[in-house]
Design a protein around this ligand. Structure first.
Ligand SMILES: NC(=O)c1ccc[n+]([C@@H]2O[C@H](COP(=O)([O-])OP(=O)(O)OC[C@H]3O[C@@H](n4cnc5c(N)ncnc54)[C@H](OP(=O)(O)O)[C@@H]3O)[C@@H](O)[C@H]2O)c1
Length: 344
């Protein structure tokens, strides 16, 4: 396992993170404990949860695991959680206001059974709360010792820049990471969001690194998803989501390229897809998601897979969303990212 700094902070984290969104839903408590044990044994340190995962049960499971394991194990854990999405149907049970975030953080700490989390992330932008109110609240959390670092999730480029600038102008704790959706099937963040993060030193924590399972190769062109899979279990939304992605030529170009490389390297499609993300320069740590321990073991194997330059180029090309028009295509392509434009 490789260790990297958590964005612009001084905290060291494993390049693979254990995501816990399945805990308390697809994965029961016993399975979740096993995933946490296997992850730590493999050298993993960063564990990501959120107050809304399984209505708080994900945090409770992580908290119960932390309470049961010896200190020499749990002290290696770097703990990340999030607040913003509704925790009740009340008008103030949602958002990035001082009122909601203060209650949300205290509830998360209670469920996790800890005095502080290493990374507290705002789960998405809140158009109804001034960003100054949010950032000063987060800064107060840091000063109170309840939060060690502040992170953003699902922000656009301008939202990220505004948060960074306001924090700097007001002398508040700066955001150190951004948690966006990022994978070989969803690369549009490279147009505006990745350059904004790079420019400001924020590290990326990509979520849905397998596109919700697609990049493991479990869904095929001709068969609608069935059984205990994220799409198969959800007949209405699953069928619609499958049809949408199935209709895109790029989906199959990417999956074919991933499969070819996986066969040549004698590994799985999931590992190849995760290794591509691990090679992206702005990435601090890739957030793995798994229903089963077997899937997790497969995904953890990506830590030992280094793709060659030619393999990365093949994957880049097959997955390029190719904006045709200005401002991201044509002459605008120059601003997309330093890596893709390759210099001046
Ligand atoms: N900030 C945000 O807004 C946000 C949003 C979403 C997620 N997240 C974070 O990111 C983490 C990962 O997201 P994700 O769960 O969407 O990740 P993902 O890796 O794209 O999808 C994970 C799912 O794919 C399937 N899968 C995983 N590994 C597999 C393998 N080796 N072979 C076959 N199938 C496999 C499993 O689903 P099935 O077996 O059920 O098909 C698993 O639950 C979450 O736990 C959470 O911490 C954050």
């Amino acid at each position: 396992m490789e260790y990297r700094t958590l964005g612009s902070s001084g905290t060291s984290v494993s390049s693979l993170t254990l995501g816990t969104m399945t805990f308390g839903s697809e994965t029961d408590r016993e399975g979740a404990f096993e995933q946490l044990d296997v992850f730590l044994e493999a050298g993993g340190t960063l564990v990501d949860t959120a107050d809304v995962y399984s209505g708080g049960v994900s945090e409770e499971i992580v908290g119960a695991w932390l309470a049961e394991r010896p200190a020499e194990v749990t002290e290696r854990v770097v703990l990340a959680t999030k607040g913003r999405f509704p925790t009740s149907g009340e008008p103030n049970g949602v958002g990035l206001s001082r009122r909601h975030l203060t209650r949300a953080l205290d509830a998360s700490l209670r469920r996790l059974g800890v005095e502080a989390v290493d990374l507290y992330q705002v789960h998405a932008w809140d158009p109804w709360t001034p960003v100054e109110e949010t950032l000063s609240t987060l800064d107060a959390f840091v000063r109170a010792g309840k939060v060690h670092n502040v992170g953003l999730s699902n922000f656009t480029g301008w939202q990220l820049q505004k948060a960074v600038d306001v924090a700097a102008a007001e002398g508040l704790a700066p955001p150190v990471t951004l948690q966006p959706q990022y994978n070989l099937l969803v690369r549009e963040i490279e147009w505006e969001i990745v350059p904004a993060a790079e420019e400001n030193g924020l590290g990326l924590l990509p979520w849905s690194p397998l596109g919700g399972g697609w990049l493991s190769g479990k869904y095929t062109r001709d068969t609608a998803p069935t059984g205990a899979t994220r799409l198969g279990e959800n007949p209405e939304r699953g069928v619609e989501a499958y049809a949408r992605r199935n209709a895109q030529q790029r989906t199959w170009a990417v999956l074919d390229a991933v499969q070819t490389i996986a066969e040549r390297r004698g590994t799985t499609m999931a590992q190849v897809s995760l290794a591509w993300l691990l090679a992206q320069p702005a990435v601090s740590s890739v957030i793995l998601g798994a229903r089963t321990t077997e899937q997790l073991r497969d995904n953890l194997g990506s830590a030992d897979l280094e793709l060659e330059a030619a393999e990365l180029a093949t994957l880049d090309e097959a997955s390029d969303p190719e904006p045709a028009d200005y401002p991201y295509g044509g002459p605008g392509a120059q601003q997309r990212s330093r890596k893709l434009t390759g210099g001046r």
